[in-house]
Each structure stands twice: as C-alpha cells, then as structure tokens.
Design a protein around this ligand. Structure first.
Ligand code: TXA
Ligand code: MG
Length: 335
C-alpha cells in the first residue's frame, strides 16, 4: 500500500495549513498535526475527545531533529535511538523551552519517536522539507493513536475511518500495521531510564543496550501517560478474562443462560456447537499483539453480549499484550 505523490502532497499541504492527517505507523495509525502549531494540535484533542492535559508523541524524520525538540539528552538516550530507531520506541526527554504546552500537556518533557514505517517516514521527510523552506527548523508531527479517547487503537485505515470518519480530512493508507500495539515508552528525563508503557521492544531488548533490565513503572500518576489510565483500549462490549482450563465450562454456562459470547483464545480452536464468534489467536506474543486490536474490534461488531478472552501465559514477553488487555477489561462495556 503506497500513497501516490498526489496523496503525499495533499497530506503535506493539510499539515502545513494546520489541519489533521491520519498516518500509518508500524505500531498503530496516528492522528497527526504540525507539532509546532498549537492551534493544529488542539484539533487532535477535539477530534479524539481527549483531555487536553494528556501529552502527545512528536514523530520525527530522523535523529538529527532531536536537538531541536529536546535538551540535556543523556548518552543512554542516544544509544537507544541508535539501536531502535526508526522503530517502536518513544523516548521521554527534557523539552526545549519553545515546545508548545499543547504538545507536552504543560510538562517539562517531550515524547519523541522516529517511526519505522516507510509511509510515515516519507511523509515526515516531505513535511520537514516543506516547513524547513519557510523556517529552516526540523519539523515534527504530533500524533496520538487515531481512535476516540479510551477506545481500541486502529491498525488499518478502515479502522481510522470507523473511529473518526469526517473528523479527519485525509487518511493516508499504509496497509495494516506490522506491530499492532503502541510503542514502548521509556523515560530518559530523570536519570536511570524507566519504562512507562511496555511494547514490542521488550525489557530484554532494552537490557541489551542498558546492561541491565530497566525499571518498569506503569499505571503511576496518570495522566503523564494516557495509556496508563486503567480503562483504555476498550471495546463497547463487556469483556472478561477466563483461565484456559475453565474456558469451555464458562462458555457453556453462558450459553445455557442464553448469553451470546464471543471468544478470543490462543489455544482452544472452535468446536461444534460453540459460539459463532470465535477468534483463534497466534500463540506467540508478537503474533498475538499484531492481531489483538483487530480481534477486539471484530468482536465488538459480532453482536455478542460478552467477549471472553482466554487468560494469557505469564512471562515478560507477554507483558505488553497483558497490559493492553487488562486496561481493555477495565474500560469495556462503557458505550
Ligand atoms: O505507537 C505509538 O506510540 C502511537 C503511534 C501513533 O506513534 N502513538 C500513541 O500515542 O500511542 P498515544 O497518545 O495514544 O500515546 C502516547 C503516550 C501517551 O500515553 C502519553 O501520555 C505519553 O505517550 N507521553 C507523551 N509525551 C509524554 C511525556 N512528556 N511524558 C510522559 N508521557 C508522555
Ligand atoms: Mg492511544
């Protein structure tokens, strides 16, 4: 899926004019605006229905733009960038004084990421070129996930249209997202790096650079990280996690009570007489993450009154998926 020159030009023109563009990244689709333009950034919050004190990630075309946006960047942050950019890692760094409060939620830090999706990178380069011609500064695109606040993040262009419809003038289609869950966020602004949101880049990957496992600090003091709110990534249908060994009994009991449930399981294939909505997931965490949001979204449309998710294996490699599902359970059923 490659946008044409005309598509890119339209996207750049909209961004320069202070309008929104939905962009594909390797993690999830983002709802983008010129990060240096507070009025444009305000449109993101309006379109999502997101509280204005939640900071946004600024997407950059390359490392060389970092010093324009951040200061006092520690050596460990440069090492992380060298290793993982372009890719699904966001670094929280001390911001430059000029960076608008609209982007940072009034904090003294800014989240930066060079995404690993060819369409996002091409758009970022073209946008930076267009903006640079007027002010010579390395431009960035502020973009949260392109869903309504609290809901399931979009991993295809169709999902974005379903979430935001007319609220976004252009959706650049870059095909389905490879990773499928949001970037790992690591705070490098307070000394030792701390993971604020688990993701595809796991503590083990980070250990290879840091020389030790990083501290993990999720769910503390929202809204520094909006994804750390307990209720998030949520379908409108109620959702429950059920242990694998109880799954079939649980579903049968639901059916005897006349309840319609949809099932998401990595181990149990559908059997005769089982609910019509059944999603067999990949049994590895990377494959599971890739399919997770589409599976939740499909179940939300399947006409069931309960989504039953088989409990996940324990273990660090499942942490990112477990984190998203835990929050989805907390927010589910709130239409
Ligand atoms: O993969 C991703 O990160 C996607 C794609 C589009 O890049 N973006 C994304 O954005 O997930 P959003 O807004 O849904 O989540 C970004 C997270 C939020 O939880 C926000 O609070 C956190 O990043 N964040 C941004 N700037 C921050 C800062 N200065 N301090 C702490 N957290 C920050
Ligand atoms: Mg989000």
């Amino acid at each position: 899926m490659t946008p044409s020159d005309v598509d890119y030009q339209r996207a750049v023109d909209l961004l320069v004019a202070g309008e929104l563009v939905a962009i594909p990244t390797e993690t999830v689709y983002g709802l983008g605006a010129d990060a240096a333009n507070p009025a444009a950034v305000a449109k993101i919050f309006a379109a999502k229905g997101r509280p204005a004190d939640h900071p946004l990630i600024v997407h950059l075309a390359g490392h060389d733009a970092v010093d324009h946006w951040a200061e006092q960047v520690p050596p460990v942050a440069w090492e992380l960038m060298e290793t993982f950019w372009p890719g699904p890692l966001t670094l929280i760094l001390k911001k430059q004084a000029w960076v608008p409060d609209a982007v940072t939620g009034g904090q003294d830090t800014v989240g930066l990421r060079v995404p690993g999706h060819p369409v996002a990178l091409e758009l970022l380069r073209r946008f930076a070129r267009a903006k640079g011609e007027s002010d010579g500064k390395p431009a960035g695109i502020a973009a949260p996930s392109a869903n309504r606040f609290g809901r399931i993040s979009p991993t295809t262009a169709d999902h974005v249209a379903e979430e935001l419809g007319e609220r976004v003038p252009l959706i650049l289609d870059g095909g389905p997202c490879k990773v499928g869950i949001e970037s790992t966020i690591i705070d490098c602004s307070r000394g030792e790096p701390v993971v604020l949101r688990p993701g595809h880049i796991s503590p083990l990957h980070l250990e290879a650079v840091l020389g030790r496992l990083p501290e993990i600090e999720t769910a503390a003091g929202a809204p520094r990280v909006s994804g750390s709110l307990e209720a998030h990534y949520a379908p409108t249908t109620p959702l429950r996690m059920v242990a694998g060994e109880r799954l079939l009994d649980f579903i049968n009991a639901q059916r005897h009570r006349g309840g319609k449930c949809g099932v998401i399981s990595a181990n149990q294939p559908p059997q005769a007489g089982m609910p019509h909505a059944w999603r067999l997931m990949p049994a590895d965490p990377v494959g599971y993450a890739h399919d997770l949001y589409a599976a939740l979204r499909d179940m939300d449309h399947a006409g069931v009154d309960l989504i039953v998710v088989e409990a996940l294996p324990l273990g660090a490699d499942w942490a990112a998926v477990a984190d998203r599902l835990r929050r989805a359970v907390a927010g589910a059923g709130q239409a």
